[in-house]
Design a protein around this ligand. Structure first.
Ligand code: G3H
Length: 540
């Protein structure tokens, strides 16, 4: 890519198509507590887009609006509202029959669908995700919600029976834990957050949700849908710093579930502040540094194509991104040449431009951080092997490919979460395996090769290092029905459409001895539908 093209990347920013443009700054003043959209007139945080506009000779981030910076006081109001709704497990929501909870969820998803254009527009402007990925994120979330309701129906059908073992009858169902604090990540501010929030809610928990650092305004069009679709206090949406809001609540000991996607350092600080950690259920998606291992007999074209999209989709800002590439020494020159050539063909530009892949970065300090990683690798002997790799203007960084990377460099160990691709060669397969054994991360790996013996030999040691071994394809979370999890510092708990229903609930049962008195009691309860839990009604 020519330097001039990179430096002029923001030239087209003012020319966003009418239906994707933002004409007015959104001063978002409301937050949702106890079913009420309360107005905030305290301090706010400005929201700036990664998309920059020219001011004089400089490119500056376009201002999109602002959101409330709530304090502990409002966070505790949200907690009170959640406690009232849960009512120690006796509230309307936690005791509501599954069928009715599903109806609330359907009302929400219908109202959500009406906001698609607005949400997709803010996804582009707030985090710089391209149009097709933003649209995909929205549609995937809608599908996730619908699949979740179907999965819950199935679960409920399986549990709509009374079992007998020995002389004990039992009905086993899954019940909620209580109050769930939910925080998602900025790279999937809708999908990943909702993949926590929706199963938590539908299992009967009540939720206090704080949007991610970036991707906050895009929740605004959904606030009314939340308000109108659920009983008051079941979902509360608050804004501000994680420490002042969720951090403060955690110290109260009143949070039962901590659902969080982010880094392990923050997760540990928040978890440790719970006075009774034994009472806290944590569901965490954390950092990762998924390697690709390209074997000597790999189909290079396929490996390059998967490694390009694996490492650079959404500028590498995916927890599942390929963040280090191990390539066999016999093919590394060929692989690097093909990788760099393919990178040259990637379109860069503004998120709404058709076919664009490389876009500006939402985090203010990210270009500086990426430069630090590149400088460090170069100082320790790596070269930037693609033309103008790492060139940067304002919030935009053109991807850099570094080779050969080694253990003395930060890029070897640290998660870059951005457009920089470290490559190193290996002679013996024991080298990348050792890297993974010693790594603090344990999410996924991709292996590329054509020999079934070699692949089989790799699969067996690697499945105990990570939770998903991808053969001849990049790492990814989807399809959402498959388990998404990680070892070591990469996750706690497993998410998938069905697994999420389990992590946000606990098995609970009613048991009784087989005798005439109990048979009479149970028959009367079932026949006259006296209980919502002890029931054999089959959900159609
Ligand atoms: O940031 C992590 C996401 O869960 C990755 O999801 O593999 O579908 O991009 P994805």
């Amino acid at each position: 890519m020519q330097e001039a093209e990179i430096m002029n990347v923001f030239e087209s920013a003012p020319a966003a198509p009418e239906n994707m443009n933002i004409h007015h700054e959104l001063e978002q003043k409301v937050y949702l507590v106890g079913g009420e959209l309360k107005t905030w007139d305290g301090p706010v945080q400005d929201v700036f887009s990664p998309v920059c506009v020219k001011q004089g000779n400089e490119y500056v981030r376009k201002r999109l609006g602002s959101f409330p910076v709530l304090t502990e006081k409002e966070s505790f109001e949200a907690l009170q509202a959640a406690q009232d709704a849960y009512d120690l497990g006796r509230g309307e929501w936690p005791t509501m029959p599954v069928k009715k909870r599903i109806a609330h969820m359907h009302a929400f998803v219908n109202a959500m669908k009406e906001q698609k254009q607005e949400v997709v527009k803010y996804l582009m402007w707030e985090i710089g995700k391209n149009y097709s990925d933003s649209e995909k994120e929205f549609d995937r979330t809608v599908e996730y919600i619908i699949d979740t309701t179907e999965a819950l129906k199935n679960l409920d059908r399986k549990n709509s029976r009374i079992e007998k073992k020995g002389d004990i009858y039992a009905q086993i169902r899954r019940g909620p834990f209580g109050i769930t604090a939910c925080m998602g990540p900025y790279n999937y501010p809708l999908n990943e957050t909702f993949a926590l929030l929706i199963p938590a809610l539908i299992m009967g928990n009540v939720v206090i949700f704080k949007p991610a650092r970036h991707g906050v305004l895009l929740i605004h069009p959904l606030l009314k849908a939340f308000q109108q679709s659920f009983p008051k206090g079941v979902i509360n949406v608050i804004y501000g710093s994680g420490r002042a809001t969720i951090g403060a609540l955690m110290k109260s000991g009143k949070i039962d579930v901590f659902a969080f996607i982010g880094n392990s350092e923050s997760a540990n600080v928040i978890k440790k502040s719970h006075p009774k950690p034994n009472r806290l259920r944590s569901v965490l998606g954390l950092e990762a540094k998924n390697p690709a291992i390209v074997l000597a007999d790999a189909d290079i074209e396929l490996a390059v194509s998967e490694c390009i999209s694996g490492s650079l989709s959404f500028n590498g800002q995916r927890c599942t991104a390929l963040k280090i590439l191990f390539v066999h020494e016999s093919i590394v020159e060929k692989f690097n040449a093909a990788f760099v050539a393919k990178l040259e063909t990637l379109k860069m530009g503004m998120p709404w431009e058709k076919g664009v892949m490389i876009t500006p970065l939402p985090e203010k300090d990210k270009p500086e951080f990426i430069k630090g990683l590149i400088d460090d690798a170069v100082a320790h002997g790596a070269k930037v092997i693609n033309k103008n790799g790492g060139a940067s203007v304002a919030s935009f960084v053109y991807p850099a490919v570094l080779y050969p990377v080694n253990a003395s460099m930060r890029l070897y160990h640290e998660e870059q979460f951005g457009p920089v691709v470290p490559i190193l060669s290996f002679k013996n397969i024991a080298e990348p395996i050792q890297y993974m054994v010693e790594s603090n991360f344990g999410q996924q790996v991709s292996i590329f090769g054509t020999d079934s013996n070699e692949i089989a030999e790799l699969v067996d040691p690697l499945v105990n290092q990570v939770c998903r071994v991808n053969v001849n394809c990049q790492c990814q979370r989807g399809p959402d029905v498959y388990p998404f999890n990680g070892r070591k510092d990469s996750a706690e708990g497993t998410l998938s459409v069905t697994a999420a229903l389990r992590v946000f609930s606990i098995r609970t049962m009613v048991a009784m001895k087989d005798n005439e008195l109990n048979k009479k009691i149970v028959s009367e309860i079932l026949d006259q539908r006296k209980s919502k839990f002890l029931s054999t009604d089959y959900l159609l």
